[in-house]
Design a protein. Structure first.
Lengths: 261, 290, 269
């Protein structure tokens, strides 16, 4: 279980990215975070794995404090948390498999990893992860030769290779076109249901949030302003979160049903 | 893990044979080179000791001997002047040659000939040019040194300038031509503004390198602090050498810093389309240019 | 067609021209004039120079006719030049790798290490290659060991600086991903940074090798092995035809390396 206790992040200029956030995320839940750019979505996600340090309060994962973790403990925590990014963050010049194997680095000795001599068991885990997102045939293809959607699936495979308990997704589909976005979101949903991995997703498009989010969190200026189910989240709710009327930019517009599987 | 969809076929890893063969061959070459060198392994062990002893004598024991400062500064100044004059000569001559060597500005034949000429000049280190050409002609002294540095710089700067010119955005040139400009005007107003910041950055960087080249020339009698460095070390006047070394290092770092700052300002200030890469690494352009 | 009547807008005042360019030009002229003059500078006399050129024509004639009988005596020193260049390049580039990573804010563990490494690098770079040769010859003895050691120092300076600047410009996304997955610093550098800079690293290494060949002319003169010694001797005895043989060999060597470098880089990118 992930627990935020009065968590705050205030940047040196005085900007409050997160303010006094208290929140519990039970195991296995699929939670979607919505809000304007700069509302704190990225900060919330990165506070969970410590990429952004808290300036107040705490975040605990199964009782272990992220804020007070030593560098070694932090690495251990992170090894159980997979993350995927809006810009995929793959190493473009190397193969898909090498990218996914980066998910096994945390359990590979430094000397081994420097030479690139992964254990066969680790390679097997990486291959299975690629199979799960249906892209294993591209294992030896250079990452830069893949489309955006394919790269994101490799990103998911990399996260899965960690055999994580938690999956963080920071605007995973913002760089993708609508059909591909649905494919990726469906993959995340399937992984959440089949593997029971707690999933926290930042989304920009509200219609996507309603379709794929079991629970929706709304952030505004770093504060929690909504916490409820997708069914309860109607236009008024979103207007509260965004602090303005909704525009066409806030919805993706293309329904999942029109997308070929 | 249960899969909801049929698994794809796992591909075979690509063959690593060519890469491995290449690596093995290269390693054997290096091993051969290392083992056939006429080096006594015992001497390798003496290396750290020898260097520490030298360091001690140069900077700690009685050195650095500041009475030598005037001589060292004089020598360094001469090296700086050699580098400066050489760079100016190189810059001045390389600019028109750069235009002639650019395929998009001058004809194919002319540009090829000019580029090959520049390549040929580039291949000779300054000291060889000094020894082989300019000392015989102009006699010993800094003039020969400056000319050697200048000629070599023409080669490098000419090639780099030509490449910058070849990389320009054709838009402004087209506009100038459409407005009725003559060739020289087009070069002056359509091409030059685009390439000048980057080229000036190369000039400054070349100056930094030329200082190091100029320092050597003293050894063969072409002026500069090289002579003093060699003499003090050869005659084991290490305390004096320490002073000379400090002068060289200090002057070089000072020039590097100022030049680096200037280069950054020039590129950023004009908002040129050039990426930061050129400012920080003009050598990269030299490397790419090969 | 007449233009519409101009609306009354205030014309902006012409910005005052920056003083930077005129000041720069004045400085430039002053320094150049001083450097060329007799009293302060190198004493460049164009008239005398032109006279000298005609005198030098005879020598140039000799230079343009290489004495190929001299070739066999250059083989061994040339070989030594090659060996020194190879060994120094390999050692230098290997050492430069960690030095470069420590010298970049992106991959350096903390501020102190970064600053120390950066400063040391500046000093190492500030010493010309022949100075290293002088020092090492004095420290051990004449011979190729001094040459290798000198060029290693020189190489580390060049490659580490170039590489650290490349690392500065690297895409930090993969680095974030690696850290987020629990990788430690070395693993992050190895898998998220190194693949991005590898083509540049190879280019710099080959460039260094080429520099080493050219530098051998210099370090040999001070006794650190290689063809430089031969070159200087022939020059001292005014054997211009022999000098030109050596010069041609150096040229061909450098040319060959450049070709190799282009081929290799094309295969790697």
């Amino acid at each position: 279980m992930i627990r935020f206790e009065n968590a705050s992040v205030t940047y040196p200029g005085g900007v409050r990215a997160l303010h006094d956030l208290t929140l519990e995320i039970p195991d296995g839940q699929m939670m979607v975070v919505v809000g304007l750019s700069g509302a704190g979505k990225s900060t919330l996600i990165r506070a969970i794995n410590g990429l952004v340090p808290l300036t107040g309060g705490d975040v605990t994962i199964d009782g272990v404090s992220v804020r007070r973790a030593s560098p070694r403990q932090l690495r251990q925590l992170r090894s159980r948390i997979g993350m995927i990014f809006q810009t995929f963050n793959l190493v473009k010049r190397t193969t898909v498999l090498n990218n996914v194997l980066m998910g096994r680095l945390h359990s590979t000795g430094t000397l081994r990893s420097l030479v690139g001599w992964y254990r066969p068991a680790d390679v097997e885990i990486a291959m299975r992860a690629l199979e799960r997102v249906n892209i294993v045939e591209k294992a030896y293809v250079r990452a830069s030769n893949l489309s955006g959607g394919q790269q994101q699936r490799v990103g998911i495979a990399r996260a899965l290779a960690q055999q994580p308990k938690i999956l963080l997704a920071d605007e995973p589909v913002a760089s993708l076109d609508p059909p591909t976005s649905h494919v990726v979101m469906r993959d995340l949903q399937r992984i959440n249901r089949e593997l029971g991995i707690t999933t926290v997703v930042n989304l920009h498009f509200l219609d996507l949030a309603k379709v794929y989010g079991e629970r929706i969190i709304g952030l505004r200026a770093g504060e929690l302003v909504y916490d409820g189910t997708a069914a309860q989240a109607d236009e008024n709710v979103f207007r509260d979160i965004y602090g303005r009327s909704l525009t066409a930019d806030d919805v993706m517009g293309q329904a999942a049903a029109t997308v070929a599987i | 893990m249960t899969d909801a969809r049929p698994a794809g076929v796992r591909p075979q890893p690509p063959s690593r044979a060519p890469r491995n063969v290449g690596l093995v061959a290269a390693s054997l070459l290096v091993l051969w080179a290392a083992l056939t060198l006429d080096i006594d392994p015992a001497e390798i062990l003496e290396l750290p000791g020898g260097v520490s002893r030298l360091f001690y004598e140069m900077f700690l024991e009685r050195g650095p001997d500041w009475t030598y400062l005037d001589d060292a500064l004089e020598g360094m100044l001469e090296s700086l002047q050699i580098a400066w004059v050489g760079t100016v000569i190189g810059a001045a001559l390389s600019l028109p040659l750069g235009f002639f060597g650019a395929k998009n500005v001058s004809s194919g034949l002319v540009s090829t000939v000019v580029r090959q000429l520049l390549n040929a000049i580039r291949a000779f280190p300054e000291i060889v040019l000094a020894i082989a050409i300019f000392i015989p002609i102009a006699g010993l002294g800094p003039v020969a040194g400056a000319l050697a540095v200048g000629l070599h710089s023409v080669g490098t700067l000419g090639k780099l300038s030509a490449e910058v010119i070849e990389g320009i955005d054709p838009g402004p040139v087209e506009a100038a031509r459409a407005a009725g400009g003559r060739t020289l005007q087009i070069q002056r107003w359509g091409v030059l503004p685009q390439v000048l910041p980057e080229i000036i950055a190369f000039w400054l960087y070349r100056f930094e390198i030329n200082i190091r080249a100029a320092a050597v020339l003293g050894v063969v009698g072409a002026g500069g602090i090289g002579f003093q460095l060699q003499q003090t070390i050869a005659f084991q006047r290490y305390a004096l050498a320490g002073t000379a070394i400090l002068v060289v290092v200090g002057a070089t770092i000072a020039v590097d810093t100022v030049s680096g700052w200037l280069r950054r300002r020039i590129i950023e200030g004009t908002g040129a389309r050039v990426t930061g890469e050129v400012v920080e690494q003009p050598e990269l352009a030299e490397v790419r240019a090969a | 067609m007449s233009l519409p009547a101009a609306t009354r807008s205030v014309r902006p005042a012409k910005p005052r021209p920056s003083l930077a360019v005129p000041i720069g030009l004045v400085l430039f002229v002053a320094i150049s004039w001083a450097s060329l003059s007799e009293e302060f500078g190198i004493g460049l006399d164009i008239g005398a120079l032109i006279e000298d050129f005609t005198r030098g024509a005879g020598i140039l004639g000799e230079l343009l006719t290489p004495n190929w009988n001299f070739l066999p005596r250059t083989v061994e020193p040339m070989l030594e030049t090659f060996q020194i260049a190879v060994v120094a390049a390999v050692i230098g580039c290997a050492v430069a790798l960690p030095v470069a990573f420590l010298a970049s804010r992106v991959t350096s563990p903390n501020l102190a290490t970064f600053l120390v490494d950066r400063s040391l690098l500046s000093v190492v770079r500030a010493m010309p290659d022949f100075l290293y040769a002088l020092v090492f010859v004095a420290a051990v003895s004449i011979g190729p060991l001094a040459g290798v050691a000198a060029l290693v120092m020189f190489n580390v300076g060049v490659v580490a600086k170039l590489l650290s600047e490349t690392v500065d410009g690297v895409d930090t996304g993969p680095i974030e991903a690696a850290r987020a997955g629990g990788a430690n610093r070395s693993q992050t550098v190895r898998w998220a940074v190194l693949p991005q800079v590898l083509p540049n690293y190879v280019a710099y290494s080959l460039y260094t090798f080429e520099l080493n060949i050219r530098a051998s002319a210099v370090i040999g003169i001070v006794g650190a092995g290689g063809i430089g010694n031969q070159l200087f001797t022939q020059y001292r005895f005014f054997n211009w035809s022999n000098v030109s043989v050596i010069v041609v060999e150096l040229f061909l060597f450098v040319f060959a390396i450049e070709l190799l470098s282009i081929w290799l880089r094309r295969r790697l990118v």
